[in-house]
Design a protein around this ligand. Sequence first.
Ligand code: AOF
Ligand code: ZN
Length: 348
Amino acid sequence: MNYEEHMKRCIELARLGEGHVSPNPQVGCVVLDRYNNVISEGYHHEYGENHAERDALLKLGVEDAIGGTLVVNLEPCSHYGKTPPCADLIIERGLKRVVLGMRDVNPIVAGNGIRKLEAAGIEVIENILENECRQLNEVFIKNMTEHKTFVALKTATTLDGKIATSTGSSKWITSSAAREEVQIIRKRYDAILTSSSTVIADNPSMLHKNKIIIDRELKTDFKNSKIYQNGNIYIFYDEKLSKPQVNGINFIPTPTILEKIDLEYVLKKSYELGIMSVLIEAGGRLNGSILEYTDKIYQFFAPKIVGDNSALSCFDYRKVENISEAKEYKIEEVKAFPPDILIMLNKK
Ligand code: AOF
Ligand code: ZN
């Protein structure tokens, strides 16, 4: 039996929960009867609600899944959390086989779900489309294993890597299809993160439920900048300044290193605030300085060339002499948003 097609469907179902399940993983599930016909599907819809396996099994009569197979992208849980253990329900419903994409990295579960199922005589098949399943839950994996916020970065440039001309003219480099995709990418992350320079230069709205702004010298206009008009706002500023009082804005005093905000502190604090992932949308200097903490890059390219050495670059923060000092990435995926393209890269 080839379970890959069913696992692909699990991943598709899991993605329906994107933007709603953080800090939990995205999980989808397909149930097959004893003749391998699909009889139910489910996914984790919302943080705190039923897990994917429970969502799929509760749609069936109590005897429907006897002798069947349950396919799921993550090891079924074995703990009492917001809901009882999925492994128990799978056993109760009489399934004979569980096919999974990856073991859970949550230490409370990690292997215990599999042990529980096997102890009940259920066959467990592991690692179906494991890489795809890991990719799907890269944020959850980083959170669980490193206790750190996942950092993604989006930039949109010309072929020569420019984000604006030397006068700051940048609207628009990419076309509408690419810009619509950016809205979708934003929803994937718990917060967006930008700098005072971007707020002052572009006055963007950056619609999102959580916005982090690095404003060391408290230079932005807290009353009138569009970015402050909605969402939860967190402003990181130099701890040596006195804390401003503006309704609805959280000002976070931050240590500096050589007159620059300590980015590691910003990310650590964000994690403590429950922000499990951020999307950086900023200019060349912040993009460059935060690269060392960046797990993933979304780079849109428009088929345009500025050709001006003093135009603003997307990563512009240091002097490099030898090409061997260049940071290297792995291309995960390339997608067309005509006339532009998107390259998704992960840390090597
Ligand atoms: C989910 N959805 O479909 C599966 C999860 O706090 P709880 O009770 O919701 O448990 C969350 C943990 O359950 C999560 O960290 C992961 O280890 C496991 N599996 N979680 O949110 C699911 N299958
Ligand atoms: Zn569960």
